[in-house]
Design a protein around this ligand. Structure first.
Ligand code: UDP
Ligand code: MG
Length: 323
């Protein structure tokens, strides 16, 4: 069973391009015509249906982003808008958009408003979708436009994630295509802390990868300064893994073993007589109590880890195929 499951071969897929926008009043007038051009190309080449559209999600921008969206909608009805009441953050704005289009399209492509990700890759993504992929990752060919720091910190983060058992796709941001079916599965993930890049690989349907070049922003400035990047990374780890809690327990256990060596050292010193009175008992209790406390915190952590996975209420299984 391949893509023909969701679109019959005679029909062209309706593609929705979902664009989260926060303070993008300068970028939108440049990026929307570019995205409309991609839609034109796909309909002309009979890759996507006439009814394909763009959904701009205004993530509570204080500037005139929403006015820019309305203006674009007046000029071309294929541009649609969805305004969030507050600044919910990139991941939530994206989710809001994807959930909004999921019943009106065959596939949704998410792309940033600044068009740092080459929009022509959308065409390749849709082709991969038509060839049977449910999720198509956009992966950067090179990170040459990034600073040395951003490039290396990103790669270190991927490695850290992997060490905690998270699947991650290197050099893939949130530029991807998801089929309607993949969107349905995504809808069944009920967690509040959203880290889409970590969830998508858990969907486990057929995937493909499309490579593209990443450019500079067309206008405006990045809304991801170091502080937000760091917060995003910490969220990414703590919303997927309870391993840091287990590490506390294991550290306590390790220290408890080390206590034997400390005890030997203390007794030797005591026998040699080169100790002050009270030193031995303080040494032993500091080490022993320290490791016990750490282990106790770790045990509590183990239970919190269980609660953590329970409250997420994630689907316990995802059906891939049915005869
Ligand atoms: N964005 C958003 N809400 C936010 C911050 C950013 O919807 O609170 C959008 C932003 O408009 C852009 C995308 O998320 O379309 C990525 O942000 P940005 O380009 O600033 O991040 P960078 O590419 O620098 O990592
Ligand atoms: Mg950007």
């Amino acid at each position: 069973m391949t893509s023909s499951a969701h679109i019959s071969s005679s029909q062209l897929p309706v593609v929705a391009i979902v664009v989260p926008c926060y303070k993008e009043q300068e970028a939108l007038p440049m990026s929307l015509p570019r995205l409309l051009y991609v839609l034109d190309t796909m309909t002309a080449r009979r890759i996507a249906a006439e009814g394909s559209f763009i959904l701009c999600v205004d993530d509570g921008s204080p500037d005139s982003t929403w006015q820019a969206i309305l203006k674009a909608h007046d000029e071309d009805s294929r541009v649609q808008g969805l305004a969030l009441a507050h600044n919910a953050g990139h991941q939530y704005a994206l989710l809001a958009g994807l959930m909004d289009v999921r019943e009106r399209c065959d596939a949704a492509v998410s792309i940033d408003a600044d068009l740092q990700d080459d929009p022509d890759a959308i065409i390749e993504m849709v082709n991969a979708f038509r060839a049977g992929s449910e999720i198509v990752y956009g992966v950067r060919r090179s990170r040459s436009t990034d600073t040395w720091f951003k490039r290396n910190s990103a790669h270190a983060f991927y490695r850290l994630q992997e060490s905690m058992g998270l699947q991650s796709v290197y050099d893939h941001a949130d530029y991807r295509l998801m089929s309607r079916r993949a969107l349905e599965v995504l809808a069944s993930f009920r967690e509040q802390n959203l880290f889409l890049r970590g969830i998508i690989p858990l969907i486990g349907l057929n995937t493909a990868t499309v490579y593209y070049d990443r450019n500079e922003r067309v206008a405006g400035e990045s809304k991801y300064p170091l502080k937000k990047m760091l917060a995003f990374s910490i969220d990414g780890i703590t919303s997927f893994s309870a391993k840091p809690l287990r590490w506390i327990f294991l550290t306590g256990l390790g220290l408890l073993i080390a206590d034997v060596a400390v005890a030997l050292y203390v007794f030797c010193s005591l026998l040699r007589g080169d100790t002050m009175s009270g030193w031995s008992s303080i040494m032993l209790s500091v080490w022993f109590l320290g490791s016990l406390l750490l282990m106790a915190v770790g045990v509590v952590g183990e239970y919190i880890g269980k609660i953590f996975t329970e409250v997420k209420g994630r689907p316990r299984f995802i059906v891939r195929e049915h005869t």
